[in-house]
Write a protein that binds this ligand. Structure first.
Ligand code: ADP
Ligand code: MG
Length: 481
């Protein structure tokens, strides 16, 4: 059944628990290094293996990253907090507990604005806390074996928990993309979902339309892509809808996303809440931070994507769509700002960046890089077009040349003879008309559409360097003779 049809009768309530792996050289409670994709068990230490007697100590970069995130989302940063042991048994957790935070998270509250169907929604956060990652287990059904890799064990994470305020699977996907964008902007995580550096568990319940009551929720784990965040929640909404429409009750359960079958499958049904027997970790003293330490971190806060979007819509009159494209990465946003700061029309810059420049990066299959065409060069290209010194078409060619050769703008301009005032357009037109005398006759006898043919020939001669209007007016003059 269509999700939006179900939405006619049921309100969707979604809350996300998101794990973001922090980029901080060493693990969160030891100086053991961790990088994605190294040989299994090549990056371990007594602490990350949970060996008896090994003592944890907190990584300062992890704390700074969490504080920066807290400030970005306008949350409350605690001046003192503790770490707690969360107990459960699983082979990828050799100590038998995960060091996390319980009643005193480093960040509480805050919100993240997202756009959905052209409207802004502020998604409230419950908290964001620091914790260590577990190792990774993989199972081989053919050989009936399990492999354990403890490299990831002890890697630094922040877990971001939202309030149950997301109302549509698509919103959940957009929210996850926003989280990635923000942690990329503040440079605390590369957050690639495909590398497991950004993961989420989705909690879902349905409630009778407009009732305001919360239904029984289920939780889907193991979602591994933005697309699947939406798909997994949709699949669970369909399942719950069926049960509720039959008059049955939802059982509290944990499900796992099955990528091959494209559905969420029940892993275990819960009778009551998990009991993790949390208690303060005696090996880690409470952390106290002074105000100036917290405030100093704010100094490295960049302009955030939602701040850019607001500014551009208001000050530059750009559409939400344009703003969302330009704010997609910090590098693009800053580049756009740099060109506009040369007093160039934001609309024009937006269009050049998001069509012409993006095309070049897409074609070369590379990420945006502001060094490929420096802001000042793009500004000059746009100006030369405005002053009718070159055509838009030449502008595109120049941009491509800059992009592909890495040459300076002066060089490219000189070598390419793009300056249309130096091109003798009258001569070129005369030449073309003398070659195509037959066509000229036909034109004069009423076949007016041949004008397009002449323009095509002239453009070929000028390599598109002469302004279209100028060609037409000169051409018509000649044809009247
Ligand atoms: P638990 O104790 O099961 O972990 P929490 O209250 O800690 O539950 O919430 C975990 C996540 O579930 C949060 O993201 C929260 O927003 C979400 N959540 C809580 N209640 C509901 C509900 N009725 N429907 C959907 N999501 C919910
Ligand atoms: Mg939970």
């Amino acid at each position: 059944m269509n999700i939006n049809d179900i939405n006619e009768n049921w309100d969707f309530i979604i809350g996300l628990e998101i794990h973001v792996q922090l980029e901080c050289n060493s693990k969160i409670f030891s100086n053991c290094e961790y990088e994605y994709d190294n040989a299994p068990n090549s990056q371990t230490c007594p602490t990350s293996l949970g060996l008896p007697g090994a003592l944890p100590s907190v990584n300062q970069t992890a704390i700074e990253s969490a504080i920066l995130f807290g400030q970005a989302v306008n949350g409350n940063v605690s001046e003192s907090f503790t770490f707690a042991r969360k107990h459960y048994f699983y082979p990828d957790l050799p100590k038998g507990y995960q060091i996390s935070q319980f009643d005193q998270p480093i960040i509480s509250g805050g919100s993240i604005p997202i756009w959905w169907n052209d409207k802004e929604y502020r998604i409230n956060l419950t908290r964001a806390h620091l914790e260590e990652d577990a190792g990774k287990s993989s199972h081989n059904n053919l050989s009936n074996t399990s492999n354990l890799d403890y490299n990831r064990s002890g890697a630094a994470l922040i877990e971001i928990v939202t309030e149950p305020v997301l109302v549509h699977p698509e919103q959940a996907k957009i929210f996850m993309q926003r989280v990635k964008q923000i942690v990329n902007y503040i440079d605390i995580s590369s957050a690639e979902m495909e590398k497991g550096k950004l993961r989420c568990d989705a909690n879902i319940s349905l409630s009778k339309k407009g009732s305001g009551n919360f239904g029984v929720k289920t939780e889907i784990k193991n979602i591994n892509s933005f697309k699947n965040v939406q798909k997994a929640i949709e699949s669970e909404i369909r399942r719950q809808n069926k049960i509720l429409n039959n008059g049955d009750k939802i059982q509290q359960a944990t499900l796992t996303w099955n990528n091959d079958k494209n559905t969420a499958e029940i892993m275990r049904v819960k009778e009551n809440a998990d009991d993790y027997r949390y208690f303060p970790d005696p090996d880690l003293p409470p952390v106290s931070l002074n105000k100036s330490f917290i405030n100093n971190i704010k100094l490295s806060m960049p302009v955030l994507p939602f701040e850019y979007e607001k500014k551009w819509m208001k000050k530059y009159d750009l559409s939400l769509n344009e703003c969302s494209i330009l704010s997609s990465s910090k590098e693009i946003a800053e580049y756009f700002e740099n060109v506009v700061n040369f007093k160039v029309s934001p609309k024009k810059v937006s269009s050049w960046v998001s069509t012409e420049l993006f095309r070049l990066f897409n074609e070369s299959n590379s990420d945006f890089n502001s060094k490929k065409v420096i802001a000042k060069d793009l500004k000059e290209i746009i100006e030369l077009i405005e002053q009718n010194k070159i055509t838009k078409n030449s502008g595109k060619n120049i941009l491509r040349e800059l992009f592909e050769t890495g040459k300076g703008l002066k060089d490219v301009l000189k070598k390419g003879n793009f300056d249309s005032s130096k091109i003798n357009i009258k001569n070129i037109i005369d030449n073309v008309l003398s070659i195509y005398q037959n066509e000229v006759l036909r034109y004069k006898n009423g076949e007016e559409k041949l004008i397009g043919f002449f323009i095509g020939q002239i453009n070929r001669e000028t390599k598109g360097k002469v302004n279209h209007e100028l060609i037409i007016s000169e051409l018509k003059k000649k044809l009247q003779n």
